[in-house]
Design a protein around this ligand. Structure first.
Ligand code: HAM
Length: 462
């Protein structure tokens, strides 16, 4: 329910939820739960285990891990001082906190890699608009302690699979390699020289970025900067042998799995911890997607060329990513580890997925939709209400009720309004006999059933 059409009982000046944050109600709640359950189930089959980290972290986890110069930390992070003068922040993303937990709990001594999945709310002080909220939900997973390209491929596969399994069509992976600490500096020099030549054409923000973090220029959404980014030097020509080989293998796995992808040399992602593979998942228009699949089948089993000519994404696509991730081999060191720990992960933007065309809500297991409405009439029956509810809970049959109401007509009215298929009626006579009436609302047929047989009866008939 939007704030606009919410209750007339609201006085002017009444308190509302914070801007960009919302209550998740009714069917929406089930939709989120259903998605989380489905995604968790798939992640478990792929070898991931659950983890939950605090929603608040020390600010340093993000300033050191994600990077002070990134938008999500530099501009959008909710950070504050506590009464004890600690600097804390609401987590803007999950990866840095998971790596902090891995290091804090000595998970390097477990068999490697450690594979973890998580979900929950994340916070970024962005301008609220379609697909962008200040509180949003992610389902993410991280594999820590593995350097091999097959793990990058597994991460992409799982992201793709989860989205496919909930009905999202025409998925495409946008992918790039941003090299590592050995080869990226050469590329950065070339990129800086390129942008210096066009310094008069770039926006004021990008002029600042050029000094502090030139890679970020490729991310800029300003039209003139975007045009320059398209023509900017391609990092593929600057990758060292190891990074090139790594990327080539990742692409080979994608082709074998027939996962459609486009190389996008301007894809750098807005987070500093990435090395080598970075990717995003988008849901494309039907026509271009058909083209991708064909293209992909054609190149299947042929030598993978991580070069711009092979499959470059050039169309203007202001599409919102449904998920994204990449490799982050230096994050552990940025958070205080003595050595680098190779890792790769991904996060799906759940709010965006739920409103994406094609999303088909997996019914959550934990919240069964009740098919039965329980009506009680008279004091003796009211007193026995809990016996009936408890008898059904024990056999895992949920019901709805209004045990605070007295009148039969009121309770029946509610049952009719919600369109429930069955009602259970407990009147004075039934209460005395330890029985209830079970009525099929469609056929209007009804039967008296002893409370101790009710579970079995309902399992058979409802
Ligand atoms: P990210 O790309 O910043 O990556 O976020 C992942 C997904 O979260 C996005 O693709 C998008 O669907 C969703 N998202 C981000 N911001 C918002 C927003 N303001 N409103 C709604 N949805 C949003 C990360 O967070 C990385 N931690 C992913 C990762 C995991 N990398 C390695 N491991």
């Amino acid at each position: 329910m939007s704030k606009k059409n919410s209750s007339k009982e609201k006085k002017p000046g009444a308190l509302l939820s914070p801007k960009g944050m919302r209550d998740i109600l009714h069917e929406d709640f089930l939709s989120y739960q259903g998605f989380f359950e489905k995604a968790a189930e798939i992640a478990l089959y792929y070898g991931f285990k659950p983890i939950e980290t605090p929603i608040l972290e020390k600010e340093g986890v993000f300033t050191s891990g994600v990077g002070l110069e990134t938008d999500i930390v530099g501009k959008e992070m909710y950070s504050f001082s506590t009464k004890g003068k600690d600097r804390l922040a609401l987590r803007p993303e999950g990866t840095a906190g998971i790596m902090r937990a891995y290091l804090e709990h000595g998970m390097h001594s477990l068999p490697q890699p450690v594979m973890l999945y998580y979900y929950g709310p994340f916070f970024r002080h962005e301008k609220p608009q379609k697909g962008r909220a200040r509180e949003f939900f992610q389902f993410g997973f991280e594999t820590i302690g593995a350097a091999e390209p097959i793990i990058d491929a597994l991460t992409i596969k799982l992201t793709h699979l989860i989205l496919e399994e909930v009905g999202i069509k025409n998925l495409t992976i946008l992918i790039n390699s941003i090299g590592d600490s050995r080869c990226r500096p050469n590329y950065i020099r070339e990129l800086t020289a390129y942008y210096r030549k066009h310094i008069n054409k770039i926006c004021a923000h990008c002029r600042m970025r050029l000094k502090k973090n030139p890679l970020r220029l490729l991310d800029c959404k300003e039209a003139a900067c975007k045009e320059l980014a398209e023509k900017s030097p391609d990092i593929m020509g600057f990758l060292c042998e190891d990074c090139r080989e790594h990327f080539k293998e990742v692409l080979e796995y994608l082709e074998i799995m027939q996962i459609p992808y486009f190389l996008k040399h301007t894809l750098v992602r807005g987070i500093d911890y990435y090395t080598r593979t970075v990717f995003e998942v988008v849901s494309e228009q039907e026509e271009s997607s058909a083209e991708n699949t064909k293209e992909n089948t054609e190149t299947k089993n042929t030598e993978t060329k991580p070069s711009r000519e092979s499959k470059e994404k050039t169309s203007a696509e202001p599409m919102l990513s449904l998920g994204g991730g990449g490799r982050y081999d230096h994050l552990a060191r940025a958070l205080g580890s003595r050595r680098d720990i190779p890792a790769v992960g991904s996060a799906i933007g759940v709010d965006r997925v739920l409103s994406a065309p094609g999303y088909s809500m997996p019914r959550p297991r934990i919240v069964k939709k009740p098919k039965i409405y329980f009506i009680q009439i008279g004091t003796g029956a009211k007193l026995k209400s809990f016996t009936v509810i408890e008898a059904l809970r024990k056999v895992r049959i949920p019901l709805m009720h209004s045990i605070n109401k007295d009148k039969l007509s009121v309770q029946l009215g509610i049952a009719e309004r919600i369109g429930i298929p069955y009602i259970i009626i407990l009147g004075q006579k039934e209460a005395n006999e330890n029985a209830v009436i079970v009525r099929n609302m469609k056929t209007r047929s009804q039967e008296t059933v002893p409370i101790d047989k009710l579970g079995d009866y309902l399992k058979k008939h409802v």
